[in-house]
Design a protein around this ligand. Structure first.
Ligand code: APR
Length: 229
């Protein structure tokens, strides 16, 4: 059985109505990264950081998985599928995918600011100043901010090393260390890329197949191809 490892980014959720980060108009909805997505921002203005993620959560709560998320779930009927996502939304979960690693955290979860092992589901869309963990400290969004370590990177590297087929969907591959995962794909393993901008990506190796399509068009198509391998 071939193990398919999938690296997804904001582009897979674009057709579910969730904006990507770097496409025109989508850049953080008018906020700068430094204002809302760094430990310094949290230190300086936690209200603003909470407001930013509350807005994202409110937007995401009703979003539904699209044909690309569903096709990845369906693929599990045929082979082992492991998803590594940079997305903080829960659309892979809503599609029913079994094995999902959230490299950059999860927007529908909160985390203690004194003990990072304490992670909670957020009921509804709002996280507020005064919402405390069981040890009495303020809860923050369970998100990996710029400048923070990516705790699941080692897990993601090991999953990538185990791939027989590697599929990349809807990511600009501009953000590290996530983008460096491609370097851990074993040399004999084919890489498939679904992204309208696929040819702009500089994946410097053999056996790379580019599908310049949106996720809902390209993922079902590429899966048909993978099933024939
Ligand atoms: N289908 C597939 N791909 C699409 C679609 C679509 N309908 N629409 C846009 N894209 C592609 C774009 O061409 C681009 O390559 O999705 C990619 C989105 O890139 P980014 O906005 O940079 O998002 P991503 O790569 O996920 O960002 C990585 O950076 O901002 C941080 O932590 C955040 O996880 C995020 C990380």
């Amino acid at each position: 059985m071939k193990r398919v490892v999938v690296l997804t980014g904001a582009g897979i959720s674009a057709e579910s109505g969730l904006k990507t980060f770097r496409d025109a108009g989508g850049f953080w909805e008018g906020y700068s990264i430094e204002e809302v997505a760094t430990p310094q921002a949290w230190h300086k203005n936690p209200e603003l950081v909470l407001k930013f993620y509350n807005e994202r959560r409110k937007q995401g709560i009703h979003a539904q998985p699209n044909a690309a998320h569903m096709a990845l779930k369906e693929l599990e009927k045929h082979t082992e599928v492991k998803i590594i996502t940079q997305n903080i939304d829960n659309l892979h979960e809503k599609a029913g995918s079994k094995y999902i690693t959230h490299l950059h955290g999860e927007i529908f979860k909160s985390r203690s600011t004194v003990d990072q092992r304490l992670v909670y589901d957020i009921q509804g869309w709002e996280l507020k100043i005064g919402d405390l963990c069981e040890k009495g400290s303020q809860l923050r969004p369970h998100i990996v901010w710029f400048g923070e370590e990516v705790p699941l990177m080692e897990t993601a590297i090991n999953i990538t090393l185990s791939a027989d087929v590697f599929l990349i969907v809807g990511t600009s591959l501009l953000v590290y260390p996530a983008a460096s995962l491609v370097e851990y794909v074993r040399p004999s393993v084919p890489i498939y890329v679904v992204d309208p901008n696929a040819s702009a990506m500089n994946i410097n190796r053999k056996n790379v197949h580019l599908y310049e399509r949106t996720a809902t068009e390209g993922v079902p198509e590429v899966i048909q191809k993978i099933l024939q391998l």
